[in-house]
Write a protein that binds this ligand. Structure first.
Ligand code: XMP
Length: 324
């Protein structure tokens, strides 16, 4: 639309003014905000921007490829991929406490990002990187004034949420926008629709959707179940009616089932579809029974370790959206 064209042009102009001929860096998570912010900055300053994508192995099926292939094709952004899944798995081994998981992931993320930054500097003959691009939205600006209830309950590690002591000047081209406007800008910039319309996804990723410790096997089980859910929701055309749909693996729970002549010991999966305006409060999503049936049948048929599919019908409050 006309206003979105204006926003794009205006922001591109503004970014050029702010950054001049200096260099900028951005941590891409695959989420809407950082993707749109980086695409705007790329349009403004081209290869003066380097994006860093930390593949921590906690993403959903296909998401790393989406960033590495589709996003790069759509934006021409200069991308540095750091595959640190082994390192993250090692650091998370045996850890079950949710806040501990968040702390470890936050720490490893910063460590990885700083190393990537040093490499970017080395590549550009020692020229420092002065600017950091962040996908801060208007509601984030308002909320960081403090007093926000839910955000204080969990220590929301956000990919891209880097500590203040990194010596950067921030470039925040989305600071005046709401989520729906950011999506429109994303469409205007020609980003892949799956990215523009992606549901919010927590920085610590699947690690906080495995109740229990995280390992490669458990990640695979959850990733497979989650992919089925996303496929079915897309096929039903309900993606945009749902705010978020965590799929949770109760990895330390064994449920008894029956298959053929024998008993099975598998794991339960929890479906947590929610509707919401801003994640502060939420209601459980009333999905059609036939859709739930398809999801349940497919997960138990296709993911052999899962023998039970349950539906979370708790609103927020008292439940939170995520289980951890
Ligand atoms: P809860 O579970 O508190 O979640 O109702 C509210 C919103 O925040 C997301 N969430 C996180 N996002 N890092 C993030 O970047 C986190 O550690 C984290 N924990 C929860 C959650 O997905 C929902 O959108």
């Amino acid at each position: 639309t006309w206003t979105m064209v204006n926003i794009v042009d205006e922001q591109v102009e503004r970014i050029r003014e702010q950054v001049g001929d200096k260099r900028a860096i951005c941590a891409l998570s695959g989420g809407v905000d950082s993707s749109v912010a980086a695409a705007l900055v790329q349009r403004a300053i081209g290869d003066q921007l380097t994006c860093v994508f930390v593949d921590h192995g906690l993403l959903r099926k296909g998401e790393a490829e989406q960033v590495e292939r589709d996003y790069v094709a759509a934006t021409d952004v200069r991308l540095r991929v750091v595959d640190v899944s082994e390192q993250f798995l090692g650091a998370l081994a045996g850890v079950t406490e949710p806040e501990e998981k968040r702390k470890i992931i936050g720490r490893e993320f910063i460590r990885t990002f700083e190393a990537a930054e040093r490499e970017v500097i080395a590549e550009t003959v020692g020229e420092p990187v002065e600017f950091l691009v962040q996908g801060t939205l208007y509601p984030d600006v308002v909320e960081s004034g403090g007093g926000e209830g839910a955000a204080n309950i969990k220590s929301h590690h956000n990919v891209g949420g880097l500590p203040d002591d990194l010596q950067f000047t921030l470039v925040e081209p989305l600071r005046t926008l709401f989520k729906d406007e950011v999506r429109q800008v994303g469409e205007q910039l020609g980003l892949p629709p799956e990215m523009v319309w992606r549901h919010p996804f927590p920085g610590p990723g699947l690690a906080i959707r495995i109740i229990g410790s995280v390992d490669a096997d458990r990640l695979r089980i959850l990733r497979d179940a989650d992919a089925i859910v996303r496929e079915e929701i897309a096929a039903a055309g309900l993606e945009r009616d749902i705010w978020q749909f965590p799929v949770v693996l109760l990895a330390d729970v064994r449920s008894v089932g029956v298959q053929g002549d024998g008993r099975t010991y598998g794991h339960p999966i929890v479906l947590r579809p929610v509707t919401s305006e801003d994640a502060m409060t939420a209601d459980w999503g009333r999905l059609p029974y036939d859709l739930l049936e398809r999801i349940s049948t497919r997960i138990t048929n296709e993911v052999s370790e899962v023998n039970r599919v349950t539906l979370d019908i708790t609103s927020k409050p008292p439940g939170t959206i995520e289980w951890e």
